[in-house]
Write a protein that binds this ligand. Structure first.
Ligand code: NAD
Length: 361
């Protein structure tokens, strides 16, 4: 297999994590007999400094030419004063829309070694493995008209919650396909009792379900889904929902695992191309100190192997290597409980090297 990966390190802890994680990709390639051509590009604050824009045209062109993009994180206090449309995060939005990445995949997996990190009782979350599929390019975040206007001396703010049938159909298909690769259970989340747009969502998901008789489909209203996620999260396998509800529920699910430094994500287009990135940001408070946890980015690489390169066995070996280093008692500071014994604190470089060693590199 000869595939192109574009690496966009970004700002803060992004570059220091990716410096090391790129070595893991090289080891994976040589051990598995694949060629991954690696290129890099600027986006975010570094791109503003170098080129005056958070997403240089050359970066988007390179991303379009690649099979997959691996992103660190963007943003930081240095660029906080800029207007919203010029901030580093605009680079991220530009990549998502430029690459037509409509399906956002956020797994919430609780590694048994970290069960104590969750705010919930360990029996409720032990062994948790759920996948939230969020529609990423439509819904109320993009609907028109939008704005704030003044009517009769009073300000009035408004947004439009809109989904077309084809947008619902393609995210539903993506979610059913993912459920097929897992435990064949899909829960669609909406607010069909109040919002017509999500009644359409429910109708279209039911229509798509006819093509997937091997997947069990259920529906939950978003308020109930939020309760169920913290009451009994293990009832879920795959959850599919729109942009707004998905934004909120994926953060709830993420926190069930308790460790921001452990959470990967993927955003996919209709052809399997994807952008892979950790859920966390640029962590300016610890940048440049070899304190950042690289495991979220490493697990994002595993997702890339599974979803874009269709190499599930390679993905499983990377995930097993992460489990192995946790079993060895190695922890970056963010996942090291205070006063714990028998665990060893390591930095970004040593943690990545330990995963490479466990992989057999
Ligand atoms: P953050 O995720 O950067 O940090 C939150 C807390 O978690 C901090 O205490 C940080 O030290 C810690 N943390 C985060 N990742 C870690 C890791 N890998 N290892 C160890 N500790 C880690 O969120 P924030 O502080 O709200 O945002 C900082 C900057 O990042 C902002 O400019 C924000 O806009 C940006 N941001 C970018 C993305 C992205 O690029 N996808 C996502 C979120 C935030």
């Amino acid at each position: 297999m000869n595939r192109k990966i574009l690496v966009i390190p970004g700002d803060g802890i992004g570059p220091e994590i990716l410096d090391h994680v790129v070595r893991l990709i090289e080891v994976v390639a040589s051990k598995e007999g694949h060629t991954f051509e690696l290129a890099d590009a600027l986006a975010g604050g570094v791109a503003i400094d170098a080129e005056g824009t958070p997403l240089p045209a050359q970066t988007l062109a390179k991303a379009k030419a690649a099979d997959a993009v691996l992103l660190g994180a963007v943003g930081g206090p240095k660029w906080d004063h800029l207007p919203v449309d010029q901030k580093p995060e605009r680079g991220l939005l530009g990549l998502r829309s430029g690459l037509e990445l409509f399906a956002n995949l956020r797994p919430a997996i609780l590694f048994s070694q970290l069960a104590d990190a969750s705010s919930l009782k360990s029996e409720i979350v032990a062994g948790l493995d759920i996948l939230i599929v969020r529609e990423l390019t439509g819904g109320i975040y993009f609907g028109e008209p939008r704005g704030v206007e003044v009517i009769a001396n009073e300000r009035r703010g408004f947004n439009t919650y809109v989904y077309t049938e084809h947008e619902i159909r393609r995210i539903a298909r993506a979610a059913f396909d993912l459920a097929r690769k897992r435990n064949r259970r899909l829960c669609s989340v909406d607010k069909a009792n109040v919002l017509e747009v999500t009644q359409l969502w429910r109708d279209v998901v039911n229509e798509v379900a006819e093509e997937y008789s091997d997947v069990e489909l259920t529906h939950q209203l978003v308020d109930n889904a939020a309760m169920q996620l913290v009451r009994a999260p293990k009832q879920f396998d795959v959850i599919v929902t729109g942009n707004l509800f998905g934004d909120i529920l994926s953060d709830v699910a993420a926190m069930l695992t308790g460790s921001l430094g452990m959470l990967p994500s993927a955003s996919l287009d209709a052809h399997g191309k994807g952008m892979y990135e950790p859920v966390h940001g640029t962590a300016p408070d610890i940048a440049g100190q070899d304190l950042a946890n690289p495991l979220a980015t490493i697990l994002s690489v595993a997702m890339m192997m599974r979803y874009t390169f269709d190499l599930p066995e390679v993905a499983a070996r990377i995930e097993a290597a992460v489990e192995a280093v946790l079993d060895q008692g190695l922890r970056t500071r963010d996942i090291l409980p205070e006063g714990s014994t028998g665990l060893q604190q390591v930095g970004t470089a040593a943690m990545t090297q330990a995963v490479i060693d466990a992989y057999g590199g």
